[in-house]
Design a binder for this molecule. Structure first.
Ligand code: 3HC
Length: 284
């Protein structure tokens, strides 16, 4: 199936990155947020990232302008009616996602493919909110979306071969490398990454090392671009906490249980970079 027009639900950190990458790759892209204020913030994030890409010599000024021209911002779900592919990247909340997919199902053509960028919820459960389980899959991007090469294409027991082929081609057309994963909570990457990040918090809690030494250990000892505590601040402690809770509920395994320190930091509003403070402090 040929994808011409893409819809992106949510213009947060992930949604704005996904919309940017789609528009940069020549797709007409409609990005939807719940309020004008959040939409403006998301569009501002895209503009800043495009400007950074131009500054870094990754993109020409003309290509940046062309991407901007392909982007349409809206607060109305109905404006996604003509999309061939819709990627949902709203808050990691099952009820909110299901309600949105049910609404979208009535708006879009029967041929349209729906995807979720969820990191930990079960795709099958989201697909059940629609009448198109064969045209429903996971399409999981990584933060920062314009930079990270990977996309996980998640297949449920109901996803059709044609949908998977379309999504693999689509991911490649964005300049990404797709990997195929089964619909198990966390898929491939978060299943391995989340227990590691939670263990780093436990190591800090137990005084194994200082925050700097834990991070330096993994950066210099294992060649990771960021140590685990810096990465937690980058991804968001609130986001990681929500993902860990979902994975713990699914697997009932201790390695997915969020440690008390993580919970306390979230309760104290220390979400990481986005709130100015997490394991480290950030200037505005
Ligand atoms: N558009 C296009 N390219 C950009 C860009 C933009 N807006 N911003 C930066 N770049 C490019 C730069 O030009 C540079 O390219 P080069 O290596 O070819 O010169 C490259 O991206 C790196 O940029 P910077 O030099 O500004 O930054 P750093 O070298 O400090 O790297 C980082 C920043 C890419 C964030 C790196 O620290 C990193 O890879 N960190 C780990 C990120 C990670 O693990 N993400 C996954 C999180 S888990 C997740 O998302 C799953 C979810 O479900 C939780």
């Amino acid at each position: 199936m040929k994808v011409n027009k893409v819809g992106v639900l949510g213009a947060g950190l992930m949604g704005s990155g996904i919309a940017e990458v789609c528009a940069k790759s020549g797709y007409e892209t409609v990005v939807r947020e719940v309020s004008g204020e959040l939409l403006e913030k998301g569009i501002g994030r895209i503009a800043a990232s495009l400007a950074k890409a131009v500054e870094r010599g990754k993109l020409s000024g003309a290509a940046s302008e062309a991407a901007r021209a392909l982007l349409k911002a809206t607060t109305r779900v109905q404006d996604l009616a003509g999309c061939d592919l819709v990627i949902e990247a709203v808050v990691e909340n099952l009820g909110a996602k299901k309600a949105l997919f049910a609404e979208l199902d009535a708006v879009c053509a029967d041929s349209a493919i729906f995807c979720s960028n969820t990191s930990s919820l079960t795709i099958t459960e989201l697909a059940a909110a629609t009448r198109r389980p064969d045209r429903f899959a996971g399409l999981h991007f990584f933060n920062p979306v314009p930079v990270m090469k990977l996309v996980e294409v998640v297949r449920t027991i109901a996803t059709s071969d044609e949908t998977i082929e379309t999504l693999l081609d689509f991911a490649r057309s964005l300049g990404k490398e797709p990997v195929l994963a089964k619909d198990n909570s966390g898929f491939i990457v978060n299943r391995l990454l989340v227990p590691y990040l939670l263990d780093a918090v436990r190591a800090l809690e137990e005084g194994v090392g200082s925050r700097e030494d834990i991070d330096r250990g993994m950066e210099l000892g294992c060649g990771h671009p960021m140590g685990p505590l810096k990465l937690l601040d980058f991804v968001g402690l609130d986001t990681t906490y929500a993902i860990a809770e979902i994975m713990f509920a699914e697997y009932r395994e201790k390695r997915f249980a969020p440690p008390p320190l993580l919970k306390r930091m979230v309760l104290a509003g220390r979400y990481g970079r986005k709130s100015g403070r997490g394991f480290y402090e950030y200037g505005s």
